[in-house]
Design a protein around this ligand. Structure first.
Ligand code: 8X3
Length: 248
């Protein structure tokens, strides 16, 4: 089994690489930071074959060129995990920053499209494949100050549904995964490096960890051939809704 993971250089992508390595999958590790991908590759050791691709999912030409550059032995991708994505800023829409909006729409929406565009034709030709899109509880429940992030994830939800409608007839499964609060670099990025503000997001309760989401992805991709896990929302036990978290 060959899997391509975007955003593999941190958080959920990194944990998914580790979980897939335990399954013996061959891994195409994609990210913007070559040094982090090299670190991940080293930590996986020789338990699996890996191939690293360094590109930014927001750059359509770079995405196409990187995936086209894969050697023949790596071209047949069975599983695509569209994980790359981030939140940038948390502010009322009238105060929103254009660069933040671009980063979220380009990264979270265009990124899924560009990478999928490069991978789907091969899956269709082989009449097999599995695409896992990382959405968010924010794609299902819009919250104050998060309009653009929530909109970008709502777009991912629609893309997952649309992909499933178009690709099922070609033997391709599509899984949409919508996590709630996961303790990764997510909030550090959202708050532009303000680690104390970021840590408050996960204070007073036991948040999800990246490995919890990786376990869920493994559940989806190892389901029996006749089963599609279409949509999973996964929350910390203390989280009831996007902005309802019971803290001690
Ligand atoms: C991350 C979850 O609720 O912080 O996508 O937006 S949330």
């Amino acid at each position: 089994m060959t899997a391509l993971i975007t955003g593999a250089s941190s958080g959920i992508g990194w944990a998914t690489a580790e979980a897939f390595a335990r399954l013996g999958y061959r891994l195409i590790l994609c990210g913007r930071r070559a040094d982090k991908l090299a670190e991940l590759t080293a930590s996986l050791g020789d338990q699996v074959e890996t191939y690293s691709l360094t590109f930014d999912v927001r750059d359509s030409q770079a995405v196409a060129a990187a995936i086209a550059s894969l050697p023949d032995a790596w071209q047949a991708i069975d599983i695509l995990v569209n994980n790359a994505g981030n939140a940038h800023g948390l502010s009322a829409i009238q105060d929103g920053d254009l660069a933040d909006w671009d980063a979220m729409i380009d990264g979270n929406v265009q990124g899924v499209l560009y990478v999928s565009k490069a991978v789907m034709p091969g899956m269709v030709a082989r009449q097999r494949g599995h695409i896992v899109n990382l959405s968010s509880i924010a794609g299902k429940q819009t919250y104050a100050n998060g309009a653009v992030y929530c909109a970008s994830k709502a777009a991912v939800e629609a893309l997952s549904t649309g992909m499933r409608l178009d690709l099922t007839q070609h033997g391709i499964k599509v899984t949409n995964i919508a996590p709630g609060a996961v303790e990764t670099d997510f909030s550090v990025v959202r708050f532009k490096g303000d680690t104390s503000r970021a840590s408050q997001v996960y204070a007073g309760f036991d948040p999800l960890q990246a490995a919890d989401i990786a376990d869920t992805i493994v559940y989806a991709v190892t389901a029996p051939a006749h089963v599609t896990i279409a949509d999973i929302t996964i929350l910390a036990a203390a989280q009831a809704a996007a902005t309802t978290i019971y803290r001690t």
